[in-house]
Design a protein around this ligand. Structure first.
Ligand SMILES: Cc1cc2nc3c(=O)[nH]c(=O)nc-3n(C[C@H](O)[C@H](O)[C@H](O)COP(=O)(O)O)c2cc1C
Length: 512
């Protein structure tokens, strides 16, 4: 039986013949960009952040101390997903941009903090309210035993006093992107995780990515609204040398099992193509007509990815990933870079050098120890070179372990790249496009349906590191979540079994 992931990915492809059948976007239906605050208690982070900003300004070295508990937490949260720019009144009040980019600027990713023994912060579970720059208590007291259970006894839970939990609020993205929103939510979250890990490394903190957890347990602990907000990832954080070394990620249930569960729960698994993995006739070419399927498809994809019980858990998967070692320039400060990061809105069309491209990739794919990967060994990358000095224009396969480029198709593919990216000008004027792909059936075989979550978040992380390096190097970049899937396969000359997960464009920004 084909995995639900293959079906979800297939059914959410953009296709030139059906893109106009997706239906209108109801701009007046946009959900609020920030959560309502239900608690009277708020723990202010702004005053704690001031000290960090002063240090940044003075160029002082970062020193972490256990006494700086709340200050550290304020820094980690702000530089992961805090508000970094205000665009002024956009009709519905002030509109803010955040530390991490987001498809359409919709910001469906939320963050929670589980803390124990952190100076200045009572033990508890908190929601990070980025608009108020505050922690809102969700639960106070002792719950580490529950966390340990929900994270399946991951050794980092016991070793850490600080766990950040990323969730996705689907309505915030789905009102605009419909069933394809789930893909973008995962990519957005991956971008935020990319920031977090950079700040951890810079601050001398260990991190441990915990993608395997009992979903229902965490949902209950965080009081998440059912079918609306879902936990996506836990990240344990601790002083350097305190967390256990990387131990891989748990696969979810095997795909067939997940579909069986879904059908047993009375869901619409059957309508999505019962039994033998067939996509229902016409659905791909005609768009998805059944509103029941349309509205719930990403919730179903998420449901298929759930880990329901410790029983039948397969051992974690651990495969090599990451690029060669990279010597970080002494003047690279991720905090400063994150503060000034913005997606490029217009490229000049000028070329970049091969050296600039290589440095950027070396930064993005480091380190080789797989500590940042969730779906290690499952992502593949191609580069469409439009204008890189010293490189023939054309399609190349990127070997991420050595950063070698294997030529695949020589030629000027500017117009094909532009078409692939739904005719967006950025794709006409960039220097190169990095295309993130994965063999979806292989992914589901290795990680169950949960692999989709892992792979898309990994792609987002790579995208974020490209963004950060672009800022540092005076270049520009933008994520592209809107593209014609099968046309991308055609351009790259790769089989349709390889799903296109994301595209990152890089070039020289046009001076304003
Ligand atoms: C997953 C993802 C997909 C995106 N897709 C597009 C896109 O297709 N076209 C585009 O111009 N920008 C795209 N962006 C960039 C967003 O529009 C941008 O992040 C958002 O407007 C916020 O601005 P900022 O990144 O400068 O903070 C994407 C960003 C992400 C993270």
């Amino acid at each position: 039986m084909a995995s639900f992931t293959e079906r979800y990915h297939e059914l959410t492809k953009y296709n030139p013949n059906t893109i106009d059948k997706l239906g209108p976007v109801h701009w007046d239906h946009q959900p609020p960009a920030f959560k309502a605050i239900s608690s009277k208690v708020k723990i202010d982070l702004l005053s704690r952040l001031q000290a960090v900003m002063d240090h940044l300004e003075e160029g002082a070295p970062v020193t972490e101390s256990p006494e700086a508990g709340l200050e550290n937490i304020a820094k980690l949260l702000f530089f992961t997903l805090g508000l970094t720019a205000r665009l002024g009144d956009q009709g519905g009040g002030d509109y803010f941009l955040r530390a991490a980019p987001s498809a359409g600027g919709l910001y469906p990713t939320e963050m929670y903090v589980a803390a124990r023994n952190q100076s200045g912060l009572p033990d508890g579970l908190y929601h990070y309210h980025s608009l108020k720059s505050a922690l809102i208590p969700v639960w106070q007291g002792s719950f580490w035993g529950d966390l340990n259970h929900y994270f399946l006894g991951h050794p980092a839970v016991d070793a850490s006093g600080l766990i950040l939990i990323f969730t996705g609020l689907y309505g915030r993205s789905a009102w605009r992107y419909k069933e394809r929103a789930y893909r973008r939510i995962l990519l957005d979250t991956g971008h935020a995780v990319g920031n977090l890990l950079e700040v951890c490394r810079y601050s001398g903190l260990d991190h441990s990515l915990m993608g395997g957890f009992l979903d229902a347990g965490l949902e209950e602990l965080l009081f998440l609204s059912p079918k609306e907000e879902f936990p996506l990832l836990g990240v344990a954080i601790g002083p350097r040398g305190t967390l256990p070394s990387f131990s891989g990620q748990y696969p979810g249930e095997t795909p067939a099992e997940a579909i069986r569960h879904l059908a047993a729960a009375g869901s619409t698994g059957r309508e999505l193509g019962d039994g033998e993995g067939e996509i229902p006739a016409g659905s791909r070419d005609a768009g998805i007509r059944d509103p029941g399927i349309r509205d719930s498809m990403q919730v179903q994809q998420n449901a298929c990815e759930r880990i329901r019980s410790e029983k039948n858990l397969r051992p974690p998967v651990h495969a090599p990933c990451g690029g060669p070692d990279f010597a970080m320039p002494a003047d690279f400060n991720p905090l400063k870079t994150i503060l000034s990061r913005r997606s490029c809105r217009k490229f000049s069309g000028a070329a970049i050098s091969q050296g600039q491209m290589r440095e950027m990739l070396a930064y993005a794919f480091r380190p080789s120890d797989a500590s940042w990967c969730l779906a290690s060994g499952q992502l593949e990358f191609h580069i469409v070179v439009l204008d890189v000095k010293g490189l023939e224009p054309g399609v190349y396969r990127l070997r991420t372990d050595t950063l070698e480029l294997e030529p695949k198709r020589p030629g000027d593919f500017r117009s094909e790249t532009n078409f692939m990216c739904l005719g967006q000008d950025l794709a006409n004027e960039c220097a190169f496009a990095l295309v993130h792909t994965s063999d979806i059936a292989r992914l589901a075989e290795a990680y169950g349906d949960r692999g989709y979550r892992y792979a898309c978040m990994d792609a987002g992380q790579i995208g974020e590191r490209i963004n950060l390096w672009a800022v540092y190097a005076g270049l520009g970049s933008s994520g592209i979540g809107g593209y014609y899937d099968d046309q991308a396969n055609e351009l790259l000359d790769i089989p349709l079994s390889h799903g296109i997960l994301y595209i990152t464009l890089v070039g020289v920004p046009e001076q304003e």
